[in-house]
Design a protein around this ligand. Sequence first.
Ligand code: VGL
Ligand code: ZN
Length: 199
Amino acid sequence: MADEALIVIDVQNDFCPGGALAVEDGDAVVPVINGLIGRFDHVVLTQDWHPEGHSSFASSHQGKAPFETIEMPYGAQTLWPDHCVQGTKGAAFHEGLAWDKAELVIRKGFRSAIDSYSAFFENDHRTPTGLSGYLRERGITRVTLAGLATDFCVAYSAIDARRQGFEATVMMEGCRAIDLGGSLAAMTAKMNEAGVTLA
Ligand code: VGL
Ligand code: ZN
């Protein structure tokens, strides 16, 4: 298992019930993920980490509402309620998450002009977070992913993991979806196409 890492995606208060962008039943992933953390030698977390006024917030665009889509220079972007603002309680990890053992926390979405769903690349699919290099340098070839949300940050991360040459498994029991306009089915199909194992 030395060549394997668990990547825990965005288990933060704002994605849990009561949060700004709550995923239904989002906190149900916590005990499942805690069990996984216990079984892996290497654990990496991601943390959605936006500055105030981030361009993915509907509130930053006049006349736009959350869950509408706009065109950005890098392509289509879904607009969200303000969430995971740097340093806020909403951006903190769920308090039940047993993350002491994590060796790395990758923060993403910290550039105002671009969103970042994937743990590997920002939404232009070109700007790297550095995670591939980190994993490769440490001899990790296989990643297992879980967290929030299945159809956004988990799926984008899993697909990019495959593109970067890692074996990738998504533990569906440790994920919950936003499911916006059929996004769960669409992203599940894309994960299958990319060679991601759904467990
Ligand atoms: C996420 C929407 C906006 C996620 C993050 O973690 O899936 N979704 N920011
Ligand atoms: Zn976000």
